[in-house]
Design a protein around this ligand. Structure first.
Ligand SMILES: *[C@@H]1O[C@H](CO)[C@@H](O)[C@H](O)[C@H]1NC(C)=O
Ligand SMILES: *[C@@H]1O[C@H](CO)[C@@H](O)[C@H](O)[C@H]1NC(C)=O
Ligand SMILES: *[C@@H]1O[C@H](CO)[C@@H](O)[C@H](O)[C@H]1NC(C)=O
Ligand SMILES: *[C@@H]1O[C@H](CO)[C@@H](O)[C@H](O)[C@H]1NC(C)=O
Length: 793
């Protein structure tokens, strides 16, 4: 990727309608300094120069030449006739998305007076019930659920694949009237009658013009079957129900995970913004959805979607810009951290104002057993076997097993004779496992055993296969391999042990697939921020397609089981809605601080063996909502803090302008922004610490408990191995009794013993700082301290 900067001298007035009145326009231009910001244009590849794409143009609205009666007249005058405007943006930022422009045309529009930036459109994809009680949110014991009335005052905006509104999870029964400030609406669409919206689903809107342009779909009539809010995928329905589904008795997936299914914030309202279609979600549509959500009045935005790779810089990423402005308006933005783990630096959705959520397990799984013909039992997981039943009926009726090796393409399966066999196969992570298993079934396999392969050797998640399938880990796979090699007529019996719930034992664990830090762009800001349940999660499902997502899958369960950071993100969205309901005056930064400093981190293991957990895998720890509403102290983060961080990162004034939308930001002492960014974690690279001799972080804490007058908090430090940590002062005194008092402190990190690199590509050392309330409730405000070293990859 390459960033091109236009020159000031190349700026021109390029309005077709204005060419008659250059003098008048020229004076307008001279009076406004804003026009002198240079254009930055992201150009994916030079050879794609003439390929037509969509661009998102940010403009300075004050620069609209007066002859144009409206901004939309102005915008269309800027474009070549072949291009079309697909979205107007006028709430979070001013500008428009325009389709069918070549890079050189876009560059040329970008040079026009009043155009601030031209940003590339790009594709995001969805990051594919017991979990609320595992989090401790069971009513009536939960204080948070009670004080927040289940989140009924909060609206969660879900930008995703739409909704299957008829599921009981989306019943509005028993809910009070909508929050008065709510401005949202439901759009009529094919198969989607807006009168079905209720006190639970309070908004449903579709955004598709960017997608239609990108995929050359010419039929863009709103309300046509393709463009309905109705979910034809399942992902949107699933995540919405996780965040705020109403309680449903007797929910289950073919007998698995049965019980009461309930969203994290069961009384919170849901507003659906459908911006994801068959191939994914164009950011031009996502940004339009985010804008609509913020204008409608959502409290929380839940984004279980992500791009293939992060933009090189926030001002080049329309979603980073839109979410920044949403955050400044008080909207809490949570997003999935991505499923690219366990590789380091795989984390996505990393702008510092977004809460990036990794995935952990819960205390429930779906054990299944492969009993080899020689008597060895291998444990795995399955939701595609019938519960408690032996495959093919009887216990001792073994079935022949055959190995299909690593399946790298569906074509590898052609002519495979597997009829009547249990097929053992390995995934390479690039072809849909669901489709491979379906093809094996078509070829006559009676069941399959799958190993998720080298890219995720320790990952064991249950998937909605259309053929009975057991997923095994690397050890199990090795045993099966050895058995198949040494035995002439290998056989096996496979069976499900149903649903196992094991409170307090072995959970949570960081899911192997959960994306990891260090933060690839801004290593000082810990990403992911925290973990939430994301493995084998039960949620409502669409009636349009079976749980495997295959068109041939005729199953129509009301609930399905899915895994991914897509599933962990709405857990955090739900808890944020509860906190917002209970404590409406808290800013998004304060809510995040509360979630992070109260998270649980002790004893959390990592499913991936190569990558031993720690804060770069789990952030501050595992979401612990009960404590989140009563953290004692918060690290607050406001507009100025973000600007100082951008200054510290050497963002140009122009870049900061694009992100903030406020002209004329001046940077002060640059270093303050990096080490003084008031984020509830302390992260430094070993190289920085060595170079500076000492890394000194400045932070401030705001007291949020209304307690007795005068309160001490005491620092408890666990130093990372090889490092010394000094906190000054060691005790913090909050003199007033009310909320809101702020106290500052500094933390210095010094290397006392060089960490041997041992030729490893990367390493990390973790510690923590805990502010412990003296007396009272002994609240703890805990933050990770991380030192890492990573050689360039
Ligand atoms: C939507 O539902 C309402 C109430 O059930 C009904 O009167 C109306 O005809 C429906 N509209 C469409 C377009 O189906
Ligand atoms: C599969 O079998 C058919 C018919 O026997 C043959 O024409 C084809 O080449 C085979 N394909 C592969 C990939 O072996
Ligand atoms: C069955 O075979 C596997 C693979 O060779 C071996 O590891 C295992 O010990 C055998 N089990 C028994 C009970 O012999
Ligand atoms: C910002 O620029 C200064 C001066 O060139 C440099 O020392 C510093 O390392 C830069 N900071 C970052 C985060 O790149």
């Amino acid at each position: 990727m390459e960033v091109l900067f236009g020159r000031r001298s190349t700026r021109r007035s390029c309005f077709r309608a204005l060419e008659m009145q250059p003098a008048r326009f020229g004076s307008t231009v001279a009076s406004l300094a804003f026009v002198f910001f240079f254009l930055g244009l992201l150009v994916a590849e030079v050879e794609e120069e003439e390929k037509k794409k969509t661009f998102i143009f940010l403009v300075d609205p004050k620069q609209k030449p007066s002859p144009f009666v409206s901004h939309s007249h102005w915008y269309s005058s800027l474009l070549p006739t072949s291009a079309t405007v697909v979205h107007h943006h006028h709430s979070l930022f001013n500008g428009f998305s325009a389709a069918r422009l070549t890079v050189s045309q876009a560059r040329s529009v970008g040079r026009c007076h009043g155009v601030v930036a031209a940003l590339d459109d790009y594709l995001l994809r969805p990051h594919t019930t017991r979990s609320p009680s595992f989090l401790g949110l069971d009513l009536p014991a939960s204080r948070l659920s009670a004080t927040s009335y289940g989140g009924s005052a909060a609206v969660i905006g879900v930008v995703d694949t739409g909704i299957w509104l008829e599921r009981p999870s989306f019943s509005g029964r028993g809910l009070g009237p909508l929050p008065r400030r709510w401005q949202g609406r439901c759009d009529q669409g094919a198969g989607f009658n807006r009168s079905k919206c209720n006190r639970k689903v309070v908004g449903a809107r579709a955004f598709f013009a960017g997608y239609a342009a990108a995929f050359g779909i010419t039929n863009t009539r709103r309300g046509d079957a393709v463009w309905s809010v109705r979910d034809h995928d399942g992902h949107g329905t699933h995540v919405a129900s996780i965040a705020a589904g109403a309680p449903v008795d007797g929910a289950n997936f073919y007998g698995f995970a049965s019980g009461i299914a309930r969203g994290v914030a069961p009384h919170a309202r849901i507003a659906i913004y459908k911006a994801c279609w068959d191939e994914g979600c164009m950011v031009s549509d996502v940004v339009a959805a985010v804008e609509a959500a913020v204008s409608d009045g959502v409290d929380v935005l839940s984004l279980s979607i992500g791009a293939a790779s992060p933009a090189p810089s926030y001002e080049l990423d329309p979603l980073a810009v839109a979410t920044f402005r949403a955050t400044i308006r008080g909207v809490f933005v949570s997003a999935s951290a991505g499923n690219g783990g366990p590789a380091p630096r795989s984390v996505g959705n990393i702008p510092p104002w977004i809460t990036a959520v990794g995935a952990g397990t819960i205390d429930r799984d779906f054990p299944a057993v492969v009993l080899l013909g020689n008597g060895t039992r291998i444990r795995g997981t399955s939701i595609s076997l019938r519960r408690h039943q032996y495959l093919l009926g009887r216990r001792h009726q073994s079935t022949p097993v055959v190995s299909a090796g690593i399946i790298a393409a569906l074509a590898d399966l052609t002519n495979l004779s597997v009829a009547g066999f249990i097929v053992f196969w390995k995934s390479n992570g690039h072809v849909s496992r669901i489709e491979i298993a379906a093809e094996l079934k078509r070829l006559g396999a009676v069941a399959t055993i799958v190993f998720h392969g080298e890219f995720d050797p320790d990952g064991i998640v249950a998937e909605g296969h259309v053929v009975p399938t057991v997923t095994v880990g690397s050890q199990g796979a090795a045993t099966i391999d050895a058995y198949l090699k040494t035995v002439r007529n290998p056989t096996a019996v496979i069976y499900s042990q149903g649903t196992a719930v094991h409170p307090g034992v072995g959970a949570p664990v960081v899911a192997s697939f959960s994306a990891r830090g260090p933060n690839p762009a801004v290593p000082w800001v810990l990403k992911p921020d925290l973990l939430a349940p994301g493995v084998d999660i039960l949620g409502a499902w669409t009636g349009s397609v079976g749980p495997s997502g295959l068109r041939s899958d005729a199953r129509q369960p009301m609930f399905s089981v899915a895994s991914g950071t897509s599933m962990s993100c709405p857990h955090v969205s739900g808890v944020a809605a509860l906190v917002r309901s209970a404590l409406p005056e808290w800013s998004p930064g304060e809510i995040r601080s509360a979630l992070m400093t109260t998270a649980m981190e002790a004893g959390i293991r990592d499913e991936a063996k190569e990558n031993s957990g720690g804060p770069l895998a789990m952030g501050a720890g595992y979401l612990c909502p009960e404590r989140a509403a009563d953290p004692g102290l918060v690290y607050d983060l406001e507009y100025e803090d973000y600007v100082e961080l951008l200054c510290g990162l050497n963002y140009t004034a122009r870049a900061i302008d694009i992100i903030t939308g406020r002209a004329g930001v001046r940077c002060g002492d640059a270093g303050a922004g990096l080490w003084g960014f008031n984020y509830p974690a302390f992260v430094a690279s070993a190289e920085d610490v060595t170079l500076m001799g000492e890394a000194v972080f400045q932070r401030r804490l705001r007291r949020v408990d209304v307690g007795k007058k005068g309160q001490w908090y005491r620092a408890e430090v666990a130093s990372p191995e090889g490092y010394a940590v000094e906190v000054e002062p060691r005790r913090l005194w909050f003199a007033r009794s009310g909320e809101g008092e702020r106290v500052e402190f500094r933390l210095a990190l010094r290397c006392i013993e060089d960490s041997p690199n041992n030729g490893r590509r990367w390493w990390w050392r973790g510690g923590s700082l805990t502010w412990r309330e003296e007396g009272g409730k002994k609240r703890r405000v805990k933050s990770p301290i991380v030192v890492f070293s990573i050689s360039d990859m």
